[in-house]
Write a protein that binds this ligand. Structure first.
Ligand SMILES: Nc1ncnc2c1ncn2[C@@H]1O[C@H](COP(=O)(O)OP(=O)(O)O)[C@@H](O)[C@H]1O
Ligand SMILES: Cc1cn([C@H]2C[C@H](O)[C@@H](COP(=O)(O)OP(=O)(O)O)O2)c(=O)[nH]c1=O
Length: 204
């Protein structure tokens, strides 16, 4: 089928969920299947970003290695504002171009992460809304095909129990309000989850 993608499959498919539920692994397996086995154009865009010398890579490093940059802990509002800045950079620099070229775009995280982690980091709801406002202006003009919210019981837990529970609750609240969202249980084999998502994307 080469690059001759059926228009109905092209577009943005978001993968969300708390750390270590399998987003990156499933996206990699999925992209390989879509490109090699099915022959459709498929690309991945990850928030906050993983390309060297980009704002996203810097924000990722700040998030994980704060001490390298600052003598004082960065407050959560400022950290989430940095994430939003990195998202806008990726949307403008990459997503809009890929979006207009009829590809399947797999997104590793979305603005939902800012919401889920921001609120779980004890930011007030109106602060989280204000932080997200500039990014949401960009998303208003972009159609999302589907949002897959991944869940997995047997995962490494990066945050203390209460924060872990809060992050997952915030995701669940977003999912309940979004008809395009499908909850994907990744407790089984990776191959099985990947196939389930693929069937969902292709609608077969
Ligand atoms: N269904 C699965 N079975 C076994 N291991 C899995 C499964 N899904 C994910 N993993 C493993 O869990 C770990 C975290 O996955 P990763 O894709 O990095 O999560 P995320 O991107 O959501 O943070 C990886 O070591 C990955 O191989
Ligand atoms: C996109 C985003 C991520 N995050 C958090 C979630 C993760 O704990 C961290 C890095 O995300 P990610 O790159 O998905 O994690 P990993 O460390 O597994 O490669 O940033 C936010 O707090 N706000 C955001 O807007």
């Amino acid at each position: 089928m080469g690059n001759n993608i059926k228009n109905s499959y092209a577009g943005i498919y978001v993968f969300e969920g708390i750390d270590n539920v399998g987003k990156t692994t499933i996206i990699q397996a999925l992209q390989e299947k879509i490109c090699k086995e099915i022959g459709y154009d498929c690309t991945t865009i990850a928030f906050p970003g993983n390309e060297a010398r980009t704002l996203g890579a810097l924000v990722y490093d700040v998030h994980h290695h704060e001490n390298k940059y600052f003598d004082f802990p960065i407050n959560n509002a400022s950290l989430q504002l940095l994430h939003v800045a990195a998202h806008i950079d990726l949307i403008q620099r990459k997503l809009i171009e890929e979006y207009s070229s009829s590809k399947i775009i797999l997104m590793d995280r979305f603005w939902w992460s800012t919401y889920a982690y921001g609120l779980a980091g004890r930011l007030e709801r109106d602060v989280v809304h204000a932080i997200l406002a500039p990014e949401l202006v960009y998303w208003e003009k972009i159609n999302i095909n589907k949002i897959f919210l991944l869940e997995r019981k047997d995962r490494k837990i990066d945050y203390e129990t209460n924060k872990d529970i809060l992050i997952r609750k915030n995701y669940s609240d977003l999912a309940k309000r979004e008809s395009k969202c499908q909850i994907i249980n990744n407790d089984g084999r990776l191959e099985e989850t990947t196939n389930r998502v693929l069937i969902n994307i292709l609608g077969v």
